[in-house]
Design a protein around this ligand. Structure first.
Ligand code: PPS
Length: 295
């Protein structure tokens, strides 16, 4: 059987066997962090690639050469991917790493390290819509079925990578308890990219001059990342991602869920959200603000 068809079940969560093995997942839990590490953490489709690009550009003071010549998965490899082991050994400090693992798997290792963690979240309706479309092109994910079927699994937390609710609650529960954790939302990057870049550069203690910030903004806009082969995933062969079925850089919008959800979907989603996120202080932005209101 091809690894594309394999699902690895690890601590009760499904992971695509194309990218993960039991050994690679286990190894990620024991990877020794270095105090200079920068770890980007997200539930899939929350803005991971965007943050990888932002951190790379900040590290290079807005100069785009590296982000235009090295693929994002090599610049900031996922700890848990099986191909990452050797790659991570070759990274020079400060290493930029990525993970989709939930907090309960990594929290312990991070607590004893000074590694800087950037948690990226996105409102769950847009995350679900983006994930649904990604299933159509990613041959390492199962057939998503109808949007209704996919949303049911997303809300139950039985999709690959597990429950969005547990992921967000787990990681954000650490906010305020550790100075090494920064939370950045997809929506704030979308509505104020300049401000989000400055926030990340301050957190990373890599201050930028204004022209450097502007260069970062230019090179991590949706249009520029959609054109960039190093960030748009078109380098991935067609048997792994079927590019005729959609683009990784799909819409890049806040509030796209409104184009797909029926009233019934929305009502049910809101009910589950309210029940599962009870007591969680994270607030969500569901649509792009009117530019006039932002002034
Ligand atoms: S993955 O597979 O988990 O790494 O995916 P991830 O990178 O987290 O999320 C992919 C979605 O992020 C959008 N994206 C962007 N939006 C706006 N601006 C920029 N620069 C940008 N870069 C990536 C990408 O288009 C996916 O969202 P959708 O809604 O599907 O377009």
């Amino acid at each position: 059987m091809s690894r594309l068809e394999v699902t690895e079940m690890f601590q009760g969560i499904k992971y695509p066997g194309h990218l993960h093995t039991q050994e690679s997942l286990q190894r990620a839990l024991t990877l020794p962090f270095q105090d200079t590490d920068i770890l980007i953490v997200s539930y899939p489709k929350s803005g991971t690639t965007w943050m990888q690009q932002i951190v790379t550009l900040i590290s290079n003071k807005g100069e785009p050469h590296v982000s235009q010549t090295v693929p994002n998965w090599a610049l900031a490899p996922w700890l848990e991917h099986h191909y990452a082991d050797q790659l991570i050994q070759t990274l020079k400090p400060p290493r930029v790493l990525t993970t989709h693992l939930p907090h309960h798997m990594l929290g312990h290792a991070l607590r004893t390290s000074k590694a800087k963690v950037i948690y990226v979240s996105r409102n769950p309706k847009d995350t679900a819509v983006s994930f649904y479309h990604f299933h159509k092109l990613a041959n390492f994910l199962p057939d998503a079925g109808s949007l209704q079927e996919f949303l049911d699994q997303f809300l139950e937390g039985t999709v690959h990578f597990g429950s969005w609710f547990d992921h967000v609650k787990g990681w954000t529960s650490e906010l305020g308890k550790t100075p090494n954790l920064l939370h950045v939302t997809y929506e704030e990057m979308s509505m104020d990219l300049h401000g989000a870049i400055k926030k990340v550069s301050t957190f990373l203690q890599r201050p930028l001059a204004e022209d450097e910030v502007l260069s970062c903004v230019r090179h991590c806009s949706f249009s520029s990342m959609k054109e960039n082969k190093m960030s748009n995933y078109t380098l991935v062969p067609g048997e792994i991602m079927d590019h005729s079925k959609g683009a990784f850089m799909r819409r890049g919008k806040v509030g796209d869920w409104k184009n797909f959800f029926t009233q019934d979907h929305n009502q049910h989603f809101d009910e589950v959200l309210q029940e599962k996120m009870h007591g969680c202080s994270v607030e969500f932005v569901w649509e792009e603000a009117d530019p006039k209101e932002r002034l």
